[in-house]
Design a protein around this ligand. Structure first.
Ligand SMILES: NC(=O)c1ccc[n+]([C@@H]2O[C@H](COP(=O)([O-])OP(=O)(O)OC[C@H]3O[C@@H](n4cnc5c(N)ncnc54)[C@H](OP(=O)(O)O)[C@@H]3O)[C@@H](O)[C@H]2O)c1
Length: 246
């Protein structure tokens, strides 16, 4: 067997920053060659790859805009690896828009990035995902508890949870596990507005544990799910929220 065919490969969508970047760095330190997908942040994705390589790991960037209808196919076409072992569907956007504020263009973009791409990236990469491989999808606690001002975003995470359950059953015969992680509020660009002013205090007030969640908290749980100890867990949504709204 050649060295390259033994190399374990993880593709993380939306890995140019935030939670995806932390997952890429953690899985690289776990020994995976990581494919750092991005849409607009070419320099940020390159910086993630450089940091991984400086730490002794292996990484390559991959561009595809998943808000476009051909984004998932473009991603699959651009992926040079013939096989992958892990797919993390992390890319997501979160327009803070009430039902009264949201227009159809914003809804369609949200729907493409948060739902359509999760389905079709998985669909197009399934033939290249090795038997025994792992899929992890990014959900959110907003799929189980009501938050003001983000009804459409929250519903996209309900889609992720249901797809996770259905695919876990469908892919079990191939030994592939499919799980979701459901963060609470994690400090990233996506939540920067929310955490301003008294926002951080309000977030801590809803948590059992003190502090604000960081991307590496989520990355640690993903590392477990795709690692040797996670192989008997499938179809689950794992809360990573410091016990928010228990
Ligand atoms: N932060 C939280 O509190 C929180 C809580 C629960 C769940 N989540 C979920 O965790 C995931 C990551 O969130 P985050 O907080 O890390 O967000 P973030 O810091 O805003 O990063 C989002 C990532 O998604 C990529 N992305 C955005 N638009 C894209 C598009 N059109 N096509 C392809 N990729 C695109 C971005 O890449 P470019 O910059 O290159 O476009 C970036 O790498 C999301 O699914 C989010 O819903 C986050």
């Amino acid at each position: 067997m050649s060295v390259s065919s033994k190399r374990r490969v993880a593709l993380i969508t939306g890995a140019s920053r935030g939670i995806g970047a932390a997952i890429a760095q953690r899985l690289a330190s776990d020994g995976f060659h990581v494919v750092v997908h991005y849409a607009h942040g070419a320099a940020e994705a390159r910086a993630v790859c450089t940091a991984i390589e400086r730490a002794g790991g292996s990484a390559a960037p991959l561009q595809a805009d998943l808000s476009l209808s051909d984004g998932p196919q473009n991603l699959a076409d651009a992926l040079r690896e013939p096989h992958i072992d892990v797919l993390v569907n992390n890319a997501g956007i979160a327009p803070f828009e009430s039902i009264e504020d949201m227009n159809e263009g914003s809804y369609d973009r949200l729907s493409n990035v948060n739902m359509r791409s999760v389905f079709f990236v998985t669909r197009y990469l399934l033939p290249r995902l090795r038997d025994g491989g792992r899929i992890v999808n990014l959900s959110s606690i907003v799929a189980r508890t009501a938050f003001d001002g983000i009804p459409a975003y929250s519903a996209t995470k309900g889609f992720v949870d249901v797809l996770t359950l259905q695919l876990a059953a469908a892919l079990g015969p191939r030994g592939i596990t499919v799980n979701a992680v459901a963060p609470g509020v994690i400090e990233t660009r996506l939540t920067s507005g929310l955490l301003e002013g008294g926002g951080a205090d309000a977030v801590q007030a809803m948590q059992a544990l003190a502090g604000i969640g960081t991307p590496d908290r989520v990355a640690g749980v993903v590392s477990f799910l795709v690692g040797p100890d996670g192989g008997w867990t499938t179809g689950q949504v794992i809360d990573v929220s410091g016990g928010s709204k228990l």
